[in-house]
Design a protein around this ligand. Sequence first.
Ligand SMILES: *Cc1c(COP(=O)(O)O)cnc(C)c1O
Length: 228
Amino acid sequence: MARRLAAVQQRIREACARAGRAEDSVALLPVSKTFSADAVREAHALGLSRFGENKTQEIRQKAAELDALDLRWVMIGHLQTNKAKDVARDVAEVQSLDRIDLADALQTRLAAAGREIDVLVQVKTSPEESKFGLAPDALPAFLAHLAAHCPALRVQGLMTMAINSDDSAAVRACFRLLRELRDAHRSAAVPLARLSMGMSGDFELAIEEGSTEVRIGSAIFGARHYDH
Ligand SMILES: *Cc1c(COP(=O)(O)O)cnc(C)c1O
C-alpha cells in the first residue's frame, strides 16, 4: 500500500505541474469502501485520516473497530433519506448531497444532535442512467434552499463522477462542466471553493480541469471485490 500511495501522490504532483498548478492545490481523499478496517488502519499508519465510504452501515462498523484512531468519515455514495440519523452520528462530511428531501432530513438530524457538517453538492454531469446527482440547471435553486433552510450544512463546493468511458474528451467534458457550474454559481457568501472530481481511472484529467480533491480507491487499496 505504501508503494501504491506514493505512486498516486507522485502522479498528482505531476498532473499539477503539467497544469501549472501548485502541488498542494489538490487534496487526496482515499476511498476505503469494501476494504477492511485493517486496510484503513494500514492507510492511517501511512498518514491518511479521512476516508471516503458509500454505506452508513460500513462506516458504523469501521468506526467502531477503529475507535481509537482519530478518523473523519466522508460519505460519497448515494444516500437514502432514512439514513440521515446515521450520517448525523458518524459522518464528518457528505459529498453526495443531491436533493432537497435529503438536505432537509440531514438538517433535522444534525440540529437535534447539535452538529454541523461540511457538504458538497453532487451534480450529474454525465448522461449515464447509473449516475446520481442534481441536474445542473437545478443547482441555483438548490443552493438557495440550503442557504435559507439548512444552516447545519456548510456548503463547501461541488462533486461529480464523470462518465465511465475510454473517450477522454467525454470524461474531460464532465469535469469542465462542474468547474463552469462552480464559476457560474459561486458567490461571496458561498464561494464553492472545493471541486471533488477524479477517481483512480481519471484523476489526472480532473486535475487538469481544476479539481481540488481526487477520490482514490483502487489505485491505493487494490482491486475491489464486491461480495455484498
Ligand atoms: C468508489 C468511488 C470512488 C473511487 O473509485 P476508484 O475507481 O476505486 O478510485 C470515487 N468516488 C465515488 C463516488 C465512488 O463511489
